[in-house]
Design a protein around this ligand. Structure first.
Ligand SMILES: [Zn+2]
Length: 298
């Protein structure tokens, strides 16, 4: 019995524009208080600790990150749940004014695999309608909340005019699942793993030392530079918009900038490059081949 319906292991090196050796994307998942409210839906929320901690994001953290990016001329990719844009209607125009990409991230930060497919689709359509009303923008990219995806929902994205998805890790550079371009993420370079701390039972340990995380992220970047992949950094408004993490980001940016052979891009630019380049035909997983039903034979 096979584990994979498309078990290729022979792939060429990825080709980046103008012979660059790798790409870097700075992305921000602008969750604010949406995951907390989704998890607490139907309940009276009397405790203010976590919700106020998260509201720091849209109030101050986001502006701090945008200011830092502006100092270095970095255009980032910002994934925004519908309810966050609805609650803070200045957000999307603010990001566009600063040259950043805006893209979808669920409506209520719902986990796609945990709700009925029709509901997941309705939330996407609701988010698209809101983004269009607030900014006139359509055909935007998408990143699944908590980076969990289903084969069905990839099809929904395609049918709904979403230009690319950024939720999976099947390659360390863009690839296709069916007709959908996937711009991969990476847990190693996600700030939440190291710094998410709300004093709840979910938190496993205290926030990490940012100096150690900087070393880890530089190691990840250097490794990706050697393999010619995509270095996708993912931060959060309420986590990385604070002092020590802003300093970490600045030091990381300074390090990456030393190599002129790095392509700095937004995720939508990376997706467009992939679709229009020779890579498009080389890294393609058939849509039917990513879902698996497996039974052992013992
Ligand atoms: Zn999120």
């Amino acid at each position: 019995m096979k584990m994979h319906d498309h078990p290729d292991i022979n792939y060429p090196a990825y080709e980046w524009p103008e012979g660059k050796r790798c790409a870097v994307v700075f992305s921000l998942d602008l969750d604010a208080e949406s995951p907390f409210l989704w998890a607490s839906r139907g309940q009276d929320i009397r405790h203010l600790g976590e919700i106020e901690q998260r509201r720091f994001g849209p109030r101050q953290g986001l502006a701090n990150v945008v200011r830092l990016f502006g100092e270095y001329g970095i255009q980032g990719s910002f994934y925004v749940p519908g309810v966050v844009a609805e609650t803070y209607p200045q957000l999307l125009p603010f990001l566009l004014e600063h040259g950043h990409e805006i893209a979808h991230h669920g409506y209520y930060h719902e986990r796609i695999e945990a709700i009925p497919p029709a509901q997941a689709r309705d939330y996407l359509l609701k988010a698209q309608a809101l983004f269009k009303a607030q900014t006139g923008r359509t055909g935007l990219g998408h990143r699944a909340p908590s980076w969990e995806m289903t084969a069905d929902f990839l099809q929904v994205l395609e049918q709904s005019g979403v230009s690319y998805d950024s939720s999976l890790m099947g390659f360390d550079h863009p690839y296709h699942v069916g007709n959908m371009v996937e711009v991969p993420v990476q847990w190693t370079s996600d700030d939440a793993l190291y710094f998410r701390y709300t004093n709840s039972t979910r938190d496993k340990t205290h926030p990490a030392n940012p100096v150690a995380v900087l070393e880890s992220w530089i190691e990840e970047f250097e490794g990706v530079r050697e393999t010619g992949g995509l270095f996708m950094v993912t931060i959060h408004d309420w986590i990385s918009g604070r002092g020590q993490r802003l300093r970490l980001l600045r030091k990381l940016i300074e390090h990456v900038r030393r190599d002129p052979q790095v392509w700095w891009a937004r995720a939508d630019e990376v997706a467009a490059w992939h679709a229009a380049s020779a890579n498009a035909g080389r890294f393609r997983v058939p849509a039917h081949a990513i879902q698996t039903h497996f039974e052992s034979q013992d």
